[in-house]
Design a protein around this ligand. Structure first.
Ligand code: GDP
Ligand code: GDP
Length: 462
């Protein structure tokens, strides 16, 4: 079994029905397993070619009313801690309730991977509820009917990439991707940002062409020659990850070059480093793209930076070997210009000059990484967004193809890491790319989100 999925949600939304659909008759274990309480059922699920463990958190109906809320919260937290992925179910006929909101908040804070299902969505009675579900900030809701078996394809498509990632993790024997969640998270904690902690370090990958200076950089940050002289912790076949404290910031840093050197496969380095880079990018939250100032923005650099953006990672570009640069101020202008032109999708991402060799600029790199991580986690309230949207529409109304203006009605942040927003509108297919860019650039500027990938989804309002 490669990964586990916990089905969570308030009573009566259809969790057990969904559980039964995924498990069929393959119920593996119940009640009296050690560590599994009466409230949790586990089964072997099958969906297409995916095999996983599914955990059902139903069984709360017995609870008395006053204890229900607290127990649900506890149970949800436990399910989150046990499972790789949470499948959060709401009742689309009822719409989003305050209880759904509070469970969603727990999930946003505690769970690395959440999939949202708006259940009982057969027929049009559920349309409004499905739209409301976007506002939970957990990504695109799956329109589902557990009873009628609808929406399982969409569930498959959302599980698939995660399953891939978990498989890659198992295959690479990588250290745990995320998160130990035993520490208490306070209610009034700023939901917009999960600060890295010892238990939950920030995942940083340093990628770049061979000889860009990745190992030198990481060694410098570590302050010792650990990478090249035989690291003990966290070696995987292809990449190295090390837990470090980067000036007070708990970080797990992935390096893809060190092991290669040790294994003396220099000749294959060029080819291999690309796939290593890909893997590191998948695990990372922040990707540091390290360029050699003498030969910046080569094809391979552009590819990895673009990949990081498409994977939705926060990106920081570091220009290395700055100590060798004779004419620094001309060079930085030239680099900024090239960056804007070649990587417009990363507009506003920080560009930091460093010397891995001397250590100069590494404090600025650290600050840029910290800031990028925070921006990547940023959450904007729905009220703020809709006020903002009105202003944007007034300033520059959307086009009116064939005389009929596309109406943008409502906007909400559907996810973080990276920030994703959904805009409800008429005729989303008629809205030109340029208008989407106008909104994305506006979001960046007005809500201070430079550099991070921003996703915008246009959905038609039924
Ligand atoms: P749980 O408490 O979350 O486990 O919910 P159940 O699976 O027990 O379902 C609660 C009720 O909703 C039952 O009467 C189900 O038959 C019904 N239900 C579950 N899924 C659907 C669905 O997709 N559509 C409709 N209309 N009803 C459903
Ligand atoms: P990697 O393949 O990306 O890990 O690159 P290395 O860390 O092995 O560095 C490649 C070469 O560049 C080595 O000879 C380093 O000494 C050199 N190098 C790395 N960083 C700097 C730097 O900031 N300045 C200078 N002058 N040389 C550097």
């Amino acid at each position: 079994m490669t990964f586990s999925v916990a089905i969570v949600g308030r009573p009566n939304v259809g969790k057990s029905t969904l559980f039964n659909r995924l498990v069929g008759k393959r119920l593996a274990l119940v009640d009296n397993q050690p560590g599994v309480t009466r409230d949790l059922r586990e089964g072997a699920a099958r969906l297409g070619d995916l095999r996983f463990t599914v955990i059902d958190t139903a069984g709360l109906e017995d609870a008395t009313d006053e204890s229900l809320q607290g127990r649900m919260r506890k149970l949800t937290e436990r399910a989150v801690d046990m499972a790789d992925i949470c499948l959060f179910v709401i009742d689309a006929r009822t719409g989003v309730t305050p209880t759904d909101e509070s469970l969603a908040e727990i999930l946003r804070k505690r769970s690395a991977h959440v999939i949202l299902a708006a259940n009982k969505a057969e027929g049009s009675a559920a349309d409004a509820g499905v739209i409301e579900a976007w506002g939970l900030g957990l990504g695109e809701p799956i329109r589902m009917s557990a009873e009628h078996g609808e929406g399982l394809n969409d569930l498959y498509s959302q599980l698939m990439p995660l399953a891939d990632a978990f498989e890659a993790r198992a295959a690479a024997e990588a250290p745990e991707v995320d998160v130990s969640l035993d520490e208490d998270i306070e209610d009034d904690e700023d939901v917009s940002y999960r600060k890295p902690t010892e238990a939950r370090p920030m995942q940083v990958a340093v990628v770049g062409r061979p000889n860009a200076g990745k190992s030198t950089l990481i060694n410098k940050i570590l302050g010792e020659e650990r990478l090249l002289t035989g690291p003990e912790a966290g070696i995987t076949r292809d990449a190295i990850s090390l837990r470090i404290d980067w000036d007070g910031m708990p970080v797990r840093i992935f390096d893809t070059a060190g092991m290669r050197k040790k294994a003396k496969v220099q000749d294959k380095l060029e080819k291999l480093s690309v796939s290593d880079g890909l893997r590191a990018v998948k695990f990372a939250e922040v990707v540091v793209v390290l360029l050699d100032a003498a030969i910046p923005f080569e094809q391979q650099d552009l590819r990895i930076a673009d990949l990081a953006e498409r994977e939705g990672r926060a990106v920081v570009v570091a220009i290395n070997k700055w100590d060798m640069e004779p004419d620094k101020s001309d060079k930085i202008r030239e680099l900024r210009e090239a960056f804007e032109r070649l990587l417009p999708q990363l507009r506003g991402a920080p560009l930091v000059t460093v010397s891995a060799k001397t250590g100069k600029g590494l404090d600025r790199l650290r600050d840029a990484v910290a800031k990028a991580h925070e921006v990547w986690n940023r959450r904007v309230t729905t009220a703020q967004l809709n006020r903002w949207l009105i202003g944007m529409l007034e300033q520059h109304p959307p086009p009116a193809p064939g005389g009929r203006r596309v109406k943008l009605r409502y906007m909400t942040q559907a996810k973080t890491r990276p920030p994703g927003f959904v805009v409800m509108c008429s005729h989303p297919d008629k809205l030109p790319e340029s208008y989407s860019r106008y909104l994305v650039n506006g979001l960046r500027a007005d809500f201070d989100m430079p550099g991070t990938p921003i996703r915008l989804y246009f959905r038609s309002q039924a």
